[in-house]
Design a protein around this ligand. Sequence first.
Ligand code: TYD
Ligand code: MG
Length: 469
Amino acid sequence: MAKAKTQYACQDCGYTTPRWAGQCSGCKEWNTLVEEAVPTKVKAPVMRGGKSLSGDGGTGQAPRMSGAYGASRPQRLSDVTIAERHRIPTGLAEFDRVLGGGAMMGSLTLVAGDPGIGKSTLMTELGRGLDGNTLLYVTGEESAQQVKLRAQRMGVDPDGLYLFPETNVEAILAAAYDLQPDFMVVDSIQTVYRPDLTSAPGSVSQVRESTAALLDVTKTLPTTTFLIGHVTKQGSIAGPRVLEHMVDTVLHFEGDRHHAYRILRAVKNRFGAAHELGVFEMREGGLKEVGNPSALFLSERQFGSSGSAVVCALEGTRPLLVEVQALVASTSYGTPQRTTTGFDAKRLQVLLAVLEKREGLRFSQNDVFLNVAGGVRLEEPAVDLSVALAVASSLRDVPLDSGTVAVGEVGLGGEVRAVSRLDARLTEIKQLGFERAMVPKANMKGLKPPKGLEVIPVRRLAEALDLIC
Ligand code: TYD
Ligand code: MG
């Protein structure tokens, strides 16, 4: 038998090359090329005039298993009918929020997370809300008995749930076409394989080609498919980056395994807002939704202690109130430390520099630690003002006013800049019982704050510091 042809594929970007190299020419990363068998290509039929319209279109990706030219044809724009795409509720309101208001028919969603974080549990929760729909649960990691035991423990026992312990993509496709389920789960994409490729399951080409085949069945049936993906130690989804480009939605399931709270975050969503966030609690009987996460993230707040502040971050469409704690302590060994959890360390350094240069606060002999409660990661600039106040409060050892929430981006000149959707933030701030909000002056025009909430406009960080710290 002739030896199968091999090529080298980048584990990061999926770029393929016939020769090995230390550096990937696609993404310029080092040591990411791995050997794999060349995927067999579907032959494109030759059309009149001898031109082939199918093929890889120069993307370097092999064509899908089916769908070669012939099944679909180019259409005039005016002839394209917009299909009645509809959303099916998953039965978990928080999950639906993150998806953009329910699961979209014909969509492919990647759910990525650390091993043991609760991905299979989340997918089993789908079974609870089936409500007459069918779910094909393909389990490549656990046996049907193991999945059943979990479902029993969670009290999930619907008629429409079909378990299929299989890893061969051809068999999975056959089952999907046969059953035509409303939902399909593939747990996990790293375990499935296409038998016509010689590389091992989990390899770049297997993950890429299997996803292409599953994407095809998802759009053709249509069904709503969730792929489970493991995350590597470095935090990226195991398998090629192209996986993220192929799917419609990428959700990250995160949390500290030692705590009960789990956060489901939309990193990419073709059918809804990115960064949308849902909060769950892992219990004995499965995942429980946390309908009011702000109340939860503020529940362990320490009143009257310095360095504690409340930030209002907009995650997707929802404003979220979270406690941040800063601790400024004198440095005992050499270089001062800046350590953050849930906040960008570089951003903290910028804020410290602004506090030093513009407001005369000194941190050169101090360690600064910053911690965001509840395992939340803050990325929005609107939390700057609160973070700066928390740090200043700890340095001066003066507690901030516990009835006030500050919102605003801090510029390098020490100015407080406008933020987006202040109305929604103020409503949440009022709802959680705060009395005052410090807001950027630039946001005041046309602002209608909720009744009973005092609004204090500030233009500069210095004004904010004078007022509450
Ligand atoms: P699992 O969904 O198997 O994780 P993943 O698929 O991401 O690897 O969940 C693993 C953990 O969740 C396991 O340590 C047990 C815990 N768990 C609960 O606390 N309650 C439950 O109802 C279930 C099913 C699991
Ligand atoms: Mg699992």
